[in-house]
Design a protein around this ligand. Structure first.
Ligand code: NAI
Ligand code: MG
Length: 341
């Protein structure tokens, strides 16, 4: 198996090595035969070479089975195109999965008393290939437009993916379609496609308008199991969902296509703390955990989760969680726990 390693920019360069150290440990101890393929893309590369990602980079990524990705700085410059959007498009990574499952012990650490960890266990499934991120734009001084594309094909594809998740073990066989079809008529096609697909798979399906859903997911998260939505809504709701996790530094994600799987922390390159060695590496490590699950390595995924939970329990955490430890100290502690457990 070939796994591309993209550290990217800013804190991506600090958190990804902590996840890679855990990958190396399992790969070497159990002879998994994973070949790591470092790939440099992003703003740093753009500054140096004038190109943030090349056709050769894309070819290398296409030759890999999975990708572990840090974060990339995006600048508002017409000549700078989003690297992540290009990778998602070229590899057709159509399903963006963001589990909202708090690490055991995190609410106690953060003194969150108004909700229970056991009430929060949802997965946000974001359609990743179209919607308002279609890239079809006309930009002018007086008027600018972005075209929102919804197709039946992509809606059915993402609904099938989400329905299969909802029907899986440990889930409640419940799917909520989040949309705004009362105003955006394009969302009627999304809603109808999702409902029909879920019903054909025997999944209990309901729907919610996105604005009230944003309120509801924070107030009564226990009502939700698997949630499927369009690109922009999913982007925003999954960052909001990180509130239920306790910190953006704890939120992992995965992007799936038919041929590749791409794992990344939800957070960005965090220029405000980059270079200080204080970024929380847990989101990157939990993204690696999602890669282990995808590989069918359930035991190892569980070990990583328990090791992260042990760090929370022992308060070996970075400043975003009120601790005084560095990225490396937290990463080393989690690795040492993985070795012991
Ligand atoms: P951000 O996620 O980088 O940072 C938001 C806030 O959360 C900052 O105060 C940061 O210090 C904090 N934070 C984020 N991750 C953290 C961690 N692991 N540990 C502790 N604190 C953490 O989002 P922002 O500031 O909107 O974007 C910064 C840059 O990152 C921009 O150029 C943006 O385009 C890019 N970005 C890239 C993403 C990606 O590559 N997937 C995703 C989101 C943003
Ligand atoms: Mg986002």
């Amino acid at each position: 198996m070939r796994t591309a390693i993209i550290e990217g920019d800013g804190i991506g360069k600090e958190v990804i090595p902590e996840a890679v150290a855990i990958l190396d440990y399992f790969n070497e101890t159990y002879d998994w035969g994973i070949e790591k393929v470092p790939v440099e893309v992003g703003f740093g590369k753009w500054e140096r070479t004038g190109s943030a990602i090349t056709d050769e980079d894309i070819a290398v990524l296409k030759s890999c089975n999975s990708i572990l990705f840090g974060a990339i700085t995006t600048v508002i410059d017409p000549s700078y195109k989003s690297v992540l959007l290009r990778i998602r498009k070229e590899l057709d990574l159509y399903a963006n999965i963001r589990p909202i499952l708090p690490i055991p012990g995190i609410y106690k650490l953060l003194k969150i008393k108004d909700r229970k960890e056991s009430d929060v266990n949802m997965i946000i499934v974001r359609e990743n290939s179209e919607g308002l991120y279609s890239g079809i734009e006309e930009i002018g001084d007086e008027k600018s437009t972005t075209t929102r594309v919804i197709t039946k094909k992509a809606s059915v594809r993402i609904a099938a993916f989400a329905s299969n998740l909802a029907a899986g073990a440990e889930r409640k066989n419940s799917l909520t379609v989040v949309h705004k079809s009362n105003v955006l008529k394009s969302d009627k096609l999304f809603l109808d496609s999702c409902k029909q697909t879920a019903e054909s798979k025997g999944v209990n399906v309901s729907d919610k308008l996105v604005d009230i859903f944003a309120y509801d997911m924070i107030m009564t998260p226990e009502k939700y199991d698997v949630v499927v939505t369009t690109n922009l809504f999913g982007d925003i709701l999954s960052d909001l969902g990180a509130v239920l996790l306790g910190s953006i530094g704890l939120a992992p994600s995965a992007n799936f296509g038919d041929n590749q799987a791409f794992f990344e922390p939800v957070h960005g390159s965090a220029p405000d703390i980059a270079g200080k060695g204080i970024a929380n590496p847990m989101a990157a490590i939990l993204s690696l955990k999602m890669m282990f699950e995808w590989m069918g390595k359930k035991r190892e995924a569980c070990l990583v989760n328990r090791a992260v939970s042990a760090a929370i329990h022992d308060k070996i955490v970075t400043p975003d969680l009120g601790g005084k430890y560095s990225t490396k100290e937290v990463g080393d502690f989690i690795l040492s726990k993985v070795r012991q457990l």
